[in-house]
Each structure stands twice: as C-alpha cells, then as structure tokens.
Write a protein that binds this ligand. Sequence first.
Ligand SMILES: Nc1ncnc2c1ncn2[C@@H]1O[C@H](COP(=O)(O)OP(=O)(O)OP(=O)(O)O)[C@@H](O)[C@H]1O
Ligand SMILES: [Mg+2]
Length: 309
Amino acid sequence: MCGSSTARLWLPTLAPEYDTADAGDELPADWADAAAAVACGRASRILVLGPADVGKTSFCRAMVRAVAPLRTIAVLDADVGQKMIGPPACVTLGRGEPDGRLTLTALAFVGTIDPVRGWTCVVAALPVLAEEADVGVTLVNTGGLLSGPGRRLKEAKIERLQPDLLIMLGDHPVLEALAGAYSSLPCLRLSVSPQARRKSDAERRRARGDAFRRYFDGAMTWTAEANELLKQDASARIPLRLLVGLRDERARDIGVGIVADIDASSERLRLLTPVLQHRVHSTCPGELVLDSKFREARICPDSIRISKN
Ligand SMILES: Nc1ncnc2c1ncn2[C@@H]1O[C@H](COP(=O)(O)OP(=O)(O)OP(=O)(O)O)[C@@H](O)[C@H]1O
Ligand SMILES: [Mg+2]
C-alpha cells in the first residue's frame, strides 16, 4: 500500500464492534490511576509503548473503558500483527463508544504483518488516521518490537505522531533510551500486570487468523474486470487467496479482500470481501496468502513492494 490518503467517514465492515471487557477485573493500581488521570486530564494523543506481552493491548482496553464515559476516545492500533481492532496487516482506527466498545471506523492497508517490512506504510498512516480520529483522546497502541530496528521504528512513530504523553509499560533498555531522548515529553511509567502472560508463536498466529475470520465473517464474493481492479495486466502473477487492500475512487483505503479466483482467459477476477463492489475502485496487493480458514498459508514477498524505511 502506501501513498494513499485514508480519510473517510464510513468503513463498510459487517462486524465493526469490538469489545474491551476482557481487560481484566483486577487492574494494577497504577493502571487505574493512569486511566483516571487521562479521563480527567488534557492529554490528547497518547502513545503506549512496551516490550512484547507486558499488557499494552489489555491496558488500552482498560483505558477505553475508563475514559469513554467521560471523554471521547479513539484507539489507533498501530500493531499490524496482534490486533486490538480490525484485520491484521493494517493500521486501524476504532472509535470508543460510551459503553466502552470500539467501532472500527478507518484503516490503512499495510499488506504485511511484519512491522519492519511495513515500516513506511505504518508510519505514514499514523498522522493521517490520528487526524481523522477527531476525538478528545487518541490512544495509540503499538507492537512489542523494541530491539534492533524496533527502536528506530518507535522513534519514527513518536516523530510522526507528535504525542503529548508517552505511556511505557514494563522495563526495557530501549524504553529508558526513548524516555531520555524525548525527555521534554511527559512520560508515565507503569508496571506490568501480574496477569500478563507470554503468547506463543502459535497463539499469535491463531489470534491473527481469528482477527481475519472476524473481519471476513459474512463477506461476499463478487466478480470484476481484473485489469481494471488490479490496475495492471491480469496475466501478471497474482496468487490465489492473496490479501489485497481495497481503495475507493479517491484512493482511500476502505477495506481488505481476498483474491478468490482469477480467470486469465476472460480477464475476470473474483474477490471475497465485506466491502460492496460499487465502492471499490482499485486494489493493492499485500504479501499474505490466507487459507480457507483465514490462516496464513504463505508469504509472497514479490507480490508487494514494501520499502523498509
Ligand atoms: N490486566 C490483565 N488482565 C487479564 N489478562 C491480562 C492482563 N494484562 C495482560 N493480560 C494477558 O496477558 C497476555 C498479554 O497481554 P497483551 O496481549 O495485552 O500484551 P501486549 O503487550 O499487548 O502484547 P503484544 O506485545 O503481543 O502486543 C494476554 O493473554 C492478556 O490476555
Ligand atoms: Mg498488544
């Protein structure tokens, strides 16, 4: 993807609502204090950082439930793998409802679940979606990659987003370094929930499959002229079941689809997606091929041009 504008007011998704109730009943005291401070305070763009599995997503859920009755809040989910809201391989935006649920309202297609390969798209999407959120508080959830390229990726996120509060969960040398490098930014350091536990690779893969399945639940297939939709020669090799981003006539990302069939002779393409056909103007290939149960079958890095940074 990349390069597309993402502003739109309505995302045609069949199951747009996401619960936040599994944030746990017994929150660490400092989490509850942080949520109360945000609910009654003025911070408007909050970036949540921390290593893997410390409870960043659980904290964001708890924050939405605490803040939503008092201030308008949105979650900008910058983690392209372990999604809090919407499909993987996308940066997503969810509007908090007063009862604490989140409604998926916008997304930017990244095309990969690898934050380093998707770097450019992820970082470019953040200010656009944050602007679009147009609420009192935008809470930005991130993935747990801090080491190696992770540090530079987090710096890029801070610089593009210009948050007015950093919230850091857990301990990690890169968190210390970021707190030092951005010492003019207010920073809340929070403990790791005693209930936080490590997710295995298999659990992570399963969670991505569940997130895709949920997005595609009730999706329909429709057929279109391949050349027109792909904006390239239909005979070019597009693997079956490739995940593609869908754009409207103004090149705004409005959803994702799966290539269900390509008939090179008739130059027709069948697409599985919850997005209605008349809204889709073009597609943008990702690198993930999903099986019939929406699990990752393989990665086709050649089908997508994702720049590293
Ligand atoms: N306060 C909590 N109550 C209940 N479960 C929790 C809590 N905090 C974390 N967990 C559990 O610990 C695991 C890791 O939490 P979570 O997914 O929120 O961490 P994360 O930092 O967002 O992970 P990632 O780096 O993958 O994004 C999850 O299974 C989650 O359900
Ligand atoms: Mg998370």
